[in-house]
Design a binder for this molecule. Structure first.
Ligand SMILES: Cc1cc2nc3c(=O)[nH]c(=O)nc-3n(C[C@H](O)[C@H](O)[C@H](O)COP(=O)(O)OP(=O)(O)OC[C@H]3O[C@@H](n4cnc5c(N)ncnc54)[C@H](O)[C@@H]3O)c2cc1C
Length: 393
């Protein structure tokens, strides 16, 4: 279809189908994660998710037979632009869409794709990631969770940690050791299994905020079907690395998202004020402009990479550069919001703060984790040095 026609149709569809309340910045407690246990504070969240799922817009580039819209890279870019223009919220987020879904498209069997992808695209199943263990974070390949074959199944024993959303998750994608004698990268298998079974238990890790975004996850004779091995047995590291590239691209903003974020310039104008049509504080003005230019350059670099990787349809080690830069950019954006909003962005509870201000405080503190989750900045620098620049070990 002609791109202009597609743009017009998309614009009309978004304008007519997106509920008004889904055209505002997304509060932290309204994230549309999906899953069997999801409860939506705002019913429009679910309505918007359903409408987009029917259209294939929760997973725009996935093939139609798996619940996507089958858009090519240019059409997907138009959709992002139109969503951003209308300030509509992302209809569905989560590790299903951004991590295990793309990995399955690349490495899954036909049976795995048909079973799992449509249930991700409709938001029916919430996935969590079983990678990190108490002694295996940056050195992930040293993981010790064991899986042994028992007929058509694997029996799994071990522990994971920092498992985001494990207490709400329906399914887990998990790295397990299937050959303890092999060199550490070669004895790992990538397995999918149901969290709702007697052998799986989770203990939420309580933060100082009172929230528990992640958990300790225990497997005691948990079971997985052998047909749910993704890729080859003992070669799970290949799939694991690719999935990390998808994850890092997503965390760094390398999928070209960002719709639904509050506008830095508007916020700064509101809190600092305007003189002669300009932001009243010259130094903050400079920093906001610099940040805006960096954002624009980063966005263009992301777009160029999306275009260039159109033939392979897969990320590469460049994802480490996106992760490193994008998370720093995200953190500095929050620091600038803090400079603009001042003490109004230092509230935790009580009177004197609007909901959006309390939200901004939480979002600012949350950004601190961006350069840890999905592999720390130091680890990304190591990867860039070795895999992108070709420097010796
Ligand atoms: C918000 C959040 C959500 C998360 N969600 C999940 C999840 O859902 N599933 C999951 O499996 N994990 C999850 N994690 C865990 C995350 O992947 C790990 O925290 C991360 O990989 C770092 O591992 P670690 O915490 O064990 O730190 P360590 O590996 O112990 O690192 C400690 C410090 O040493 C540095 N360091 C370590 N090795 C090197 C090196 N070779 N060179 C230079 N510096 C080095 C690190 O950069 C870091 O500063 C999450 C983490 C966070 C913060």
């Amino acid at each position: 279809m002609d791109l202009d026609v597609f743009r017009k149709e998309t614009r009309d569809w978004l304008a007519s189908q997106c509920p008004e309340s889904m055209r505002t910045a997304m509060p932290g407690d309204e994230y549309p994660g999906g899953g069997k246990r999801a409860r939506y504070k705002n019913p429009d969240t679910q309505l918007w998710m359903q409408r987009c799922a029917e259209k294939g817009y929760t997973a725009p580039t996935w093939p139609k037979q798996y619940g996507g819209a089958g858009l090519d890279a240019r059409q997907a870019q138009v959709l992002r632009e139109e969503m951003s223009r209308l300030k509509v919220r992302t209809p569905l987020v989560g590790m299903g869409l951004s991590m295990i879904g793309p990995a399955l498209l690349e490495y899954g069997t036909e049976e795995q794709k048909a079973e799992h992808l449509p249930r991700i695209a409709t938001g029916e199943i919430w996935w969590c990631q079983g990678y990190s263990e108490p002694n295996s974070g940056s050195d992930l390949a040293s993981l010790q969770t064991r899986a042994v074959v028992d007929g058509d199944e694997y029996i799994i024993n071990g522990q994971k940690v920092w498992t985001s959303g494990a207490d709400r998750a329906d399914w887990i994608f998990c790295l397990v050791r299937t050959d303890p004698k092999a060199p550490k990268h070669n004895g790992i298998t990538f397995l999918l299994f149901d969290m709702d079974q007697p052998g799986v238990s989770v203990r939420p890790i309580k933060l100082i905020s009172g929230l528990s975004p992640f958990c300790e996850t225990y497997f005691q004779d948990a079971r997985a079907l052998r047909k749910n091995v993704v890729g080859q047995v003992n070669d799970g590291w290949t799939v694991a690395k690719r999935l990390l590239q998808y994850e890092r691209t997503m965390i760094g903003g390398g999928q070209g998202g960002g719709a639904g974020r509050s506008n830095l310039v508007e916020v700064a104008r509101q809190y600092v004020g305007v003189s002669d049509g300009k932001l009243a504080q010259p130094q903050l003005r400079d920093e906001v402009i610099q940040h805006g230019m960096n954002d624009r350059c980063f966005g263009l670099a992301v777009r160029r990479n999306l275009e260039e990787s159109r033939s392979t349809k897969a990320p590469s080690f460049v994802s480490s550069m996106f992760k490193l830069y994008g998370t720093e950019q995200n953190k500095s954006r929050s620091e600038l919001l803090l400079k603009a909003m001042g003490v109004q962005m230092l509230g935790w509870q009580g009177e004197g703060f609007e909901e959006k201000e309390l939200e901004a405080t939480r979002a600012w503190l949350r950004t601190k984790a961006n350069s840890i989750e999905g592999g720390t900045s130091e680890v990304q620098l190591n990867i860039i040095a070795k895999r992108v620049l070709g420097l010796p070990d």
